[in-house]
Design a protein around this ligand. Structure first.
Ligand code: PGA
Length: 237
């Protein structure tokens, strides 16, 4: 079996360069995409031999008077190949909506980078239809008219992010199938998109999302910063 792609989302961590070095030392595998904060991108890129790097966000303009923002052309310059977009923390803390996310996706694709588009329902829903309606709207508003050939979609149910309350592989599998059907039926090159699971992935549950729920890869937050956990995840395939 080909090893699944593991995206390490460091979020706003770590605090020091010393810690950056430590995390790099156990992250450098061929199937890993490391997504550190912007300020560490160059250093991480220089130190990694096998893993690739990605960013956690970007702006949709190329340059100009946008204080505090980073463009996808800048990310490309430092060797980024991937950009996480529409993460639920960006949506909730920085009010990013599907329309804004779509503009970012378009710009990232224009530059030849791969957007990792995060979607997922807020609450644990007993009724599948409610979750599906929520996800469908996110897909429609952020991806309509876009070829999905070079787009990754990350299914990250919000209740599972950073909570330790991971989504069961059986529910995750239902959502994966729903997303897959939607994109294959309605979107250009939808059959080519890779679908990831994210939300409280750890060394114990990682393999179930690949072997039982058939995701193409994982988006790992907290556990990507912990040596034993991350090694455990990588060794489970
Ligand atoms: P978590 O985060 O693994 O800490 O739940 C995942 C994510 O937010 O991408």
């Amino acid at each position: 079996m080909k090893k699944p792609i593991i995206i390490a989302n460091w979020k706003m961590n770590p605090e020091t360069q010393k810690e950056v070095k430590k995390i790099i030392s156990f992250s450098d595998k061929e199937n890993v995409i490391v997504c550190p904060p912007f300020v560490f991108l160059k250093e991480v890129k220089e130190k990694l031999k096998k893993a690739k790097i990605g960013a956690q966000n970007c702006f949709y303009e190329k340059k100009g008077a946008f204080t505090g923002e980073v463009s996808s052309s800048m990310l490309k310059t430092v060797g980024c190949k991937y950009v996480i977009l529409g993460h639920s923390e960006r949506r909730s803390f920085f009010n990013e909506d599907n329309k804004t996310i779509k503009r970012k996706i378009e710009e990232v694709l224009l530059l030849g980078l791969v957007p990792v588009v995060c979607i997922g329902e807020k609450k644990q829903e007993k009724n599948d239809k409610i979750a599906e309606k929520y996800i469908k709207k996110q897909i429609e508003e952020s991806l309509s008219g876009i070829s999905l050939k070079n787009v990754f979609i990350a299914y990250e149910p919000i209740f599972a992010i950073g909570t330790g309350n991971s989504c069961s592989p059986s529910v995750a599998e239902k959502r994966r199938l729903f997303i897959k059907n939607e994109v294959v039926e309605k979107y250009q090159d939808g059959e080519k998109t890779k679908i990831f699971y994210g939300g409280s992935v750890n060394s114990k549950n990682a393999s179930s999302y690949i072997k039982e729920a058939f995701f193409d890869g994982l988006l790992v937050g907290g556990a990507s910063l912990k040596k034993d956990e991350f090694k455990g995840i990588l060794e489970s395939f």
